[in-house]
Ligand binder design. Structure first.
Ligand code: TNX
Length: 545
């Protein structure tokens, strides 16, 4: 056998025992270095405490305790570092993780008497927690208490991610996901070390984030109308013209308190929230809600006598635009970005910029240049879809998210403006594309047919954009567009298991990735996902067991 699960440096301590059938710890994503030792396993006991050593260890230690309590029924108290000889130790501080991997690296060592997690940061320790839970029997994922022997095999793991950005995008604009559903989606993804939650908050069909009236309001815009009017609209048709019948898009919106709760919950799970306000196209919902935006150059034009344009719940794209010539456009976008920045602790604000098909080139550039400058003025890093790559992006302070089209423009933005890149190429990361021909709904444009698990796994983000240094690639992101996807159960059905491919593409060194090996590990994940209630698609590409 081919040294499955081992790194080269481990071979010196590996004896020459005969071939064994497909040994697998089933770890997803595959860690950089795993040494499975032929020793007695660790067994969790009812009386075991978890020790949090270091100020930043409490959160990951509590997260671990929360995961283990649910199925074991053990109390698993989390203690301060006074009792450092305890069997489970979460040790966070400088130099505790693997050398040179301070941001997210971790060590995980298990022997018969002890589980040790060492990391420089809380996020590193959280990554170790997600690995450790996968080493327990699958019943650890049960939502009710199970009588089991809770063993963990003796291992030595040293691990860190290939890319800092391992994201997932949820389109809450076409069809809304209430906070509880977002949390369920976070839970399912966080276990695979997905660490960015990109919320597509606004589009033609709906506006999902509450904005208050500011003290200074030159155009007297009634900002709460955004959600009062356009929180009540959503998709009505699929883009292929199939009537959605009872599955109309879900309406709703996040209050500022809801959004804060999503940010908090994401943070507990190691995820940074990236809010997107899509401008200058994809803005019918804003034009429908706010009369002042309906100036002469805005698209579509409001009917004679009407204050705003009608709601449009179809899936057509590229028909709406803000007006580059109207001062109110810039006042509005600045106010929205300012309020969203104030409730977003993460460093990024996403301004969309995609598919502005009715916006003239000069108008598009004028608006995007202004909006990217507004984000920079708010002290944040702007992200936009790759259509905006040719704009005057803030120097060394912009991210291009590639989905389709011209890769040369992305390379130019990197090489002339110091931009970074997040990769969401449609054939490799778009989950509303069909993953199996039997799926009744789903796009086929990205792959000329099915975009199966293999397409999501077999690509290299490091070489995808020719002519840029790999260090310019922040990472990868799965994109869930919502034209025909309703509720978290369907979202999971389209995302899983392909999101696990993206998770591994973003985490594991290219040279250690292998599709057959991935499918083997994935085959044992189905039981865990089932116990968690994650509605994954049982693709025929995997021999589920
Ligand atoms: C293109 S990808 C869009 C979205 C659609 C998606 C799928 C991108 C930046 N824009 O508006 O939802 O295709 O139809």
């Amino acid at each position: 056998w081919a040294g499955y699960g081992y790194s080269i440096s481990d071979f010196e301590v590996w004896d020459s025992s005969p071939a064994a059938p497909a040994p697998t710890l089933g770890l997803l994503p595959r860690p950089v270095s795993v040494l499975e030792r032929a020793e007695a396993p660790y067994t969790l006991q009812r009386g075991t405490p978890i020790v949090a050593a270091g100020a930043n260890a409490a959160a990951p230690a509590n997260h671990l305790a929360g995961i283990l309590r649910r199925s074991t029924g053990y109390p698993l108290p989390v203690l301060g570092s006074a009792t450092a000889a305890a069997p489970i130790v979460v040790d966070v501080g400088p130099g505790k993780g693997p050398a040179g991997q301070a941001a997210e690296g971790y060590r995980l060592t298990v022997d018969a008497t002890r589980v040790y997690i060492g990391a420089d940061t809380a996020n590193g320790a959280l990554n170790a927690v997600q690995t450790l839970r996968q080493l327990f029997p699958q019943w650890v994922e049960s939502r009710t208490v199970v009588a089991a022997t809770w063993t963990v095999p003796a291992v030595t793991i040293a691990d860190h991610p290939r890319f800092a950005h391992r994201g997932m995008m949820l389109d809450v604009a076409r069809s809304f996901y209430p906070v509880a559903e977002v949390k369920a989606y976070i839970d399912a993804a966080a276990q695979y070390k997905i660490n960015r939650l990109h919320l597509h908050l606004t589009d033609d069909q709906g506006w999902r984030i509450a904005i208050d009236n500011p003290a200074s309001n030159p155009s007297a815009i009634n900002y709460p109308l955004l959600t009062q009017v356009s929180g009540a609209t959503a998709m009505t048709y699929s883009p292929t013209g199939q009537l959605m019948g009872t599955e109309l898009g879900v309406t709703g919106f996040y209050t500022k308190a809801d959004y804060a709760e999503i940010v908090r919950y994401a943070g507990v799970n190691g995820m940074t929230v990236i809010p997107e306000v899509d401008v200058p196209g994809h803005t019918n919902a804003a034009l429908h809600a706010i009369p002042q935006l309906n100036t002469a150059g805005a698209q579509p034009q409001r009917p004679a006598g009407a204050a705003t344009v009608p709601a449009n719940g179809t899936g057509s794209v590229g028909y709406s635009s803000l007006d580059a010539a109207a001062a109110v456009t810039y006042e509005f976008v600045r106010q929205v970005l300012t309020q969203i920045a104030a409730m977003t602790p993460g460093p990024y604000l996403h301004i969309g910029g995609d598919e502005a098909h009715v916006t003239g080139h000069a108008d598009y550039t004028a608006m995007v240049d202004a909006f990217t400058a507004q984000v920079a003025a708010l002290g944040r890093t702007v992200i936009g879809w790759n259509e905006y790559a040719g704009s005057a992006l803030p120097q060394n302070n912009a991210v291009v998210q590639y989905w389709n089209g011209d890769r040369t423009a992305v390379a130019n933005a990197v090489n002339t403006r110091g931009a970074k890149v997040v990769l969401s190429p449609a054939p490799h990361t778009y989950v509303p594309q069909k993953q199996d021909a039997r799926q009744p709904l789903g796009g086929t444009w990205a792959c000329g047919g099915v975009c199966g698990l293999d397409r999501h796994y077999n690509w290299d983000p490091g070489t995808f954009i020719p002519g840029i240094a790999q260090s310019s690639v922040l990472g990868v992101e799965s994109a869930l567009w919502g034209e025909f996807i309703r509720r978290v159960g369907q979202a999971q059905y389209y995302s899983f298991p392909r999101l696990l491919a993206t998770a591994e593409v973003g985490w594991t060194p290219q040279a250690q990735r292998d599709y057959a090996d991935f499918r083997l590990r994935l085959s044992v994940a189905g039981g865990r996902l089932t116990l968690q209630g994650v509605n994954f698609f049982p693709t025929a590409d995997v021999a589920w067991r």
